[in-house]
Design a protein around this ligand. Structure first.
Ligand SMILES: C[S@@+](CC[C@H](N)C(=O)[O-])C[C@H]1O[C@@H](n2cnc3c(N)ncnc32)[C@H](O)[C@@H]1O
Length: 295
């Protein structure tokens, strides 16, 4: 995923820089953020005058199902063929580390926030989770998840479409054994309320997130959310210009500083932290951290 962040980060930076120099980036197709056509259903042109020819329907197969949708971000191995996007998330070492940190997920009920295309969901199911409820807020990504569920027969997984903040707020059911929050906290307008909500429905939260520091996010806009300090990130440009944007459901988000993030988990009773050291990518990206927080 960091490759995706890196590429997107440099494109957005370059556009900002060009704009400050007075270059009309928005009206010039050379500076488009995404040359991909993006996810879309192409309606069959109506009318007898059309010379459109419907492509032949293939024999049913997992690969045929996969290619019903295009613009995949994740790469998958299907029947010995490697297909999809650039990022292999179904062997993601972050998820392996997080599962190991809690002694595995065999028999566990998991809530997954923002599954993207279901690659991590697949890992959780294959590691023996008894059920995974995965909530995805991008329509395109949710449909990709459904295809992945069908192809890999992830019968324990259920993919819900919508904003997971509402789900967490309103949840009344039995506790989850763990919540996976990988690359989602720094896309939320109010990560503090989300963490507090999560602490009511589980004793264990598995996190990978970007962190605020002196250089991130840019431009610096210090904020305080319910007593926790961070910086505001504006995703407006990404969200509205990138086809298949796979960040969050809000235009802005708050990134918490490292200590503030852990203080927030601790204040909500999740004070046992097993963490990897903070990483600072050598390509100049934001610092990030991987940890399991439990009660
Ligand atoms: C940066 S991607 C991370 C995807 C995946 N978890 C991973 O680590 O590779 C963030 C994902 O979370 C989803 N997302 C972010 N905020 C959300 C929200 N409030 N409700 C539902 N989905 C959300 C996005 O649509 C996207 O699929």
């Amino acid at each position: 995923m960091s490759k995706v962040h890196q590429l997107r980060g440099s494109l957005v930076e370059a556009r900002r820089e060009l704009r400050t120099r007075g270059v009309e980036v928005d009206s010039d197709s050379r500076f488009n953020l995404d040359s991909d056509d993006g996810f879309k259903f192409i309606p069959r042109p109506a009318g007898s005058g059309s010379n459109y020819v419907e492509p032949p329907t293939p024999a049913p197969s997992p690969i045929a199902s996969f290619h019903v949708l295009d613009s995949w971000i994740s790469r998958f191995d299907i029947d010995g063929e490697s297909v999809g996007g650039q990022v292999d998330l179904s062997t993601d070492e972050r998820i392996t580390w997080l599962m190991d940190a809690i002694g595995g997920v065999k028999g566990n009920r998991i809530l997954e926030l923002g599954p993207l295309e279901g690659a991590h969901t697949k890992m959780l199911c294959e590691a023996g989770a008894s059920s995974v409820i995965a909530i995805e807020g991008s329509r395109a990504s949710w449909l990709h998840c459904l295809v992945v569920k069908e192809i890999f027969e992830l019968s324990q997984a259920r993919f819900l479409y919508g904003d997971f903040n509402h789900y967490v707020d309103q949840y009344q059911g039995p506790p989850f054994d763990a919540v996976l929050a990988c690359a989602v906290l720094y896309h939320q307008l109010d990560p503090v309320s989300l963490i507090s909500g999560l602490s009511r429905l589980t004793n264990t939260v598995l996190v990978w997130t970007s962190l605020a520091d002196d250089g991130f996010p840019k431009p610096a806009m210090e904020v305080e959310v319910s007593g926790y300090r961070g910086r505001k990130m504006n995703y407006h440009e990404d969200r509205n210009l990138i086809q298949n944007y796979c960040g969050g459901v809000d235009q802005e988000a708050v990134w918490l500083y490292h200590d503030e993030l852990l203080r927030c988990f601790a204040d909500n009773g999740l004070s046992r932290i097993e963490s990897k050291p903070i990483e600072r990518p050598d390509w100049g990206g934001a610092p990030h951290i991987l940890f399991a927080a439990s009660r």
